[in-house]
Design a protein around this ligand. Structure first.
Ligand SMILES: [Zn+2]
Length: 247
């Protein structure tokens, strides 16, 4: 998920593993000798690793070998931005050292989806919804998050209170990130949530061309409220979007 220099010759890496979930480990000598971990510690790579308990919370990375890779996507900046966002979501929403094989499968499915059909807004929303669900914070989309009543005109999305809110509950919603949430973006997110695969979710974009932005804003508000800070990969995505508009 991430690699940062540590001392003169080591790397501090964050891995999402099948057996232990998210772990932080020291890859000794990884900066001095490229041979030991050749390419196995980067984004868009699934590796088979050997870990041993180190001091405190840090593990030692003994070896890493590439099992599957999607690194051909690295030449496309938008694909890399989407991949980075997925990884940052997993790292921010799920607790450390709690294994969740679904999360690992979802990351691999996200790379497959980027390779098969390129970046897609609906696929990102599907991944957000699944990870929020795994984290125990699936946003309410069917009925009011506060009173359970049916949603109608005047509904809002309140990330601090768990999702969609009916008009009367909305009157007491004052947390940051509260926004109007019409029938369109709600139907769009529901269609994505009901999709059985990322490939099926991708098809939803074409049906709701005018609702993508509001739905994105609601989901990003939800993620930001839960994580408690803006995600770095999102700032990068916003910059890319601004740059493509300028062209
Ligand atoms: Zn209500």
């Amino acid at each position: 998920m991430r690699a940062t220099p540590l001392r003169e010759s080591d790397l501090l890496v964050v891995l999402y593993t099948e057996e232990y979930g998210r772990v932080s480990a020291v890859a000794r000598g990884a900066r001095r000798s490229q041979r030991r971990f050749v390419g196995a510690l980067q984004l868009l790579v699934l590796s088979r690793v050997q870990l041993s308990r180190g001091r405190g919370e840090l593990w030692n990375l003994e070896s890493a070998e590439i099992e599957r890779e999607w690194t051909h996507l690295a030449s496309d900046v938008v694909s890399v931005a989407h991949a980075s966002y997925v990884v940052e979501l997993v790292g921010s929403l799920l607790p450390a050292e709690v294994p969740d094989v679904q999360a690992l499968q979802l990351v691999c499915a996200a790379w497959d989806s980027l390779a098969d059909g390129g970046p897609s807004a609906a696929v990102l929303r599907a991944i957000e919804l699944m990870l929020l669900d795994l984290a125990g914070h699936r946003p309410a989309l069917d009925s009011c998050a506060a009173c359970g009543s049916e949603l109608s005109a005047g509904s809002v999305f309140d990330p601090g209170r768990g999702g969609a809110m009916c008009r009367s509950c909305a009157a007491t919603s004052r947390s940051a990130g509260v926004q109007s949430f019409g029938e369109g973006p709600r139907a769009y997110l529901k269609a994505i949530a009901e999709s059985e695969s990322l490939a099926a979710a991708r098809e939803v974009d074409a049906r709701f061309p005018d609702d993508k932005r509001a739905a994105r804003d609601a989901m990003l508000a939800m993620v930001t409220a839960l994580v408690g800070r803006p995600l770095r990969s999102l700032e990068y995505l916003a910059k890319l979007a601004a740059a493509s508009k300028g062209r």
